[in-house]
Write a protein that binds this ligand. Structure first.
Ligand code: DQQ
Length: 509
């Protein structure tokens, strides 16, 4: 397998600096299984989906996750639990929550953690009862002096919130981290159909629903795994730090509507509980997403150790159920990412946590490579099935860029699907070929195209073409794409790609 930089159809000069790092393999014998990842989070076996209640407590990072203890398919949902000192190496513990009571007998579904005080973390989660009604429940650590928080006890007051007063019983789930207003009252939101229900409580046990949801958009489907948090241009903010939310800060409301995680930015007034959004979900084609590939049910937490906000998400790898069962596992978690508000305040920016760089070992660099139309530069000396690639493309002139066809609309993914890596253009495609077989019949192209718009501005389209990622029939071969908010006349195009057997995750700086 190899990685190549390609300049298909672009006449001009690129300067590329490539730092390719090969990740060290862990000695864990499971990593010898073909296709298991060595640096994304995975439990030793079986099915995993949403990340739940991530938190940092007494020097330890915790990750809980939706887990089937019996098979590599979704079902019997319990909370798996793992801990880490560095977000890279993980210790797998016993399940934290599993179906035991009428209020969660059909599954312990997603939820979040809240610190009632520094020494007092708790979990709110959704339980499904025998009639598949969704109920919100509380669990507390049995021994909060244990940094691993191994044992959890379900509150005798459960369920705390039930689907009454017109709430659809099977569309009421995934409580967020709660936050406390200056009035001392706790607030939390719960996902519903096209809305985020808002609840208040003074004691964290007795909750009252507010008449007005925190936000709603009729017809937008079930809002799974909502997430609500403040962001700033420079630092991560804790939910309770509402006082530090100034002109450089905003609030994010993220909702997961399968299979996409979208967010809106806005100002939130904690006293009136009013969220005023900058633009609506899917407003004029501007649908902001946490990611444009397989990345779902994401959840953030505030890392009090490094004062940053970290984002996790479930990556459903693209294979078939039959193959998952044969392999014995399904699902991984994204590399955790730090998340901030962009300088412009218009969108979020993310980057893999710095700890991931400790896995870099062998380094291969290429500098000042001139990429001609149809040419490819092979990067040798590495095993490309696991690599961390940084590339910078410098574009000398964009005179010849084609006009973007207005008939194409705003859907980058559709354009990428039409204009695949093998379709020549004026400025692009250029980018990387990863996980390519010797004869290039198998390859995943991560590439850019630059178009001119009517107003003579340029737009940068970024695509990830999986149509040739596998020669097998089963795996999903969707092509993904997004427009990237950079000015190619001013900025170099910089691309970071984390490559593993199953997934290539791409970050733009
Ligand atoms: N997964 C959980 C639900 C959530 C969904 C069930 C999102 O709580 O809405 O496993 O992937």
């Amino acid at each position: 397998m190899k990685i190549s930089a390609m300049g298909l159809g672009f006449l001009g000069l690129f300067l590329i600096f490539i730092t390719t790092q090969v990740f060290k393999f862990s000695s864990d014998h499971l990593h010898n299984q073909v296709y298991r990842t060595a640096f994304h989070f995975q439990p030793p076996k079986n099915w995993m989906n949403d990340p739940n209640a991530p938190m940092y407590y007494k020097g330890v990072y915790h990750l809980f996750y939706q887990y089937n203890p019996y098979a590599a398919v979704w079902g019997n949902i319990t909370w798996g639990h793992s801990v880490s000192y560095d977000l890279v190496n993980w210790i797998h513990l016993d399940h934290a929550l599993y179906p035991t009571h009428p209020f969660d007998i059909n599954g312990c579904w997603s939820g979040s953690s809240t610190f009632l005080s520094n020494e007092n973390p708790v979990i709110l989660y959704t339980g499904r009862d025998s009639q598949d009604r969704e109920l919100q429940n509380l669990a507390i650590p049995k021994n909060s002096s244990d940094p691993f928080l191994v044992n959890w006890v379900k509150s005798p007051h459960n369920p705390l919130m039930s689907p009454v007063d017109g709430i659809k019983p099977d569309k009421f789930r995934d409580p967020t981290t709660a936050w406390r207003g200056p009035d001392g009252t706790w607030r939390v939101i719960v996902g519903g159909e096209g809305r985020a229900y808002l609840y208040h409580s003074d004691d964290f046990v007795s909750w009252t629903r507010r008449e007005t949801p925190l936000h709603s958009l009729p017809g937008s489907g079930m809002w799974e795994c909502p997430d609500f948090y403040p962001v700033s241009t420079e630092s991560g903010l804790d939910l309770d730090e509402s006082s530090s939310v100034d002109e450089f800060s905003k609030y994010v409301l993220k909702v997961s509507t399968y299979p996409v995680d979208s967010y809106v930015l806005g100002k939130y007034d904690v006293e009136s509980d009013r969220l005023t959004v900058d633009s609506e979900f899917e407003d004029g084609g501007l649908d902001f997403r946490h990611d444009y590939g397989k990345f779902y049910a994401s959840k953030t937490f505030f890392d009090s150790a490094k004062k940053r906000r970290i984002l996790w998400a479930w990556i459903a790898e693209t294979d078939t159920e039959v193959d998952s069962v044969k392999r014995g596992w399904a699902g991984l978690q994204s590399i955790p990412r730090t998340i901030l508000l962009s300088e412009s305040g218009r969108q979020l920016v993310q980057w893999p946590v710095e700890e991931i760089e400790t896995l870099r070992s062998k380094n291969v660099s290429l500098h000042d490579k001139d990429l001609k139309a149809g040419s490819a530069v092979k990067i040798s000396g590495i095993t490309a099935s696991q690599a961390d690639v940084e590339v910078y493309f410098e574009l000398p002139e964009l005179e010849g860029a084609e006009l973007m066809d207005p008939g194409w609309g705003n859907d980058a993914r559709t354009i990428c699907g039409k204009m695949t890596a093998s379709v020549k253009g004026k400025v692009g495609p250029f980018g990387l070929l990863v996980l390519a077989s010797k004869d290039l019949t198998e390859q995943t192209a991560v590439f850019f195209r630059i178009y001119r718009k009517d107003d003579n501005k340029f737009v940068v389209l970024m695509c990830s073409d999986q149509s040739r990622s596998s020669s097998r029939e089963g795996p999903d071969k969707t092509t993904y794409g997004a427009f990237v908010d950079i000015d190619p006349l001013q900025d170099k195009i910089s691309l970071r790609t984390l490559v593993i057997n199953f997934v290539a995750k791409i970050y733009m700086a």
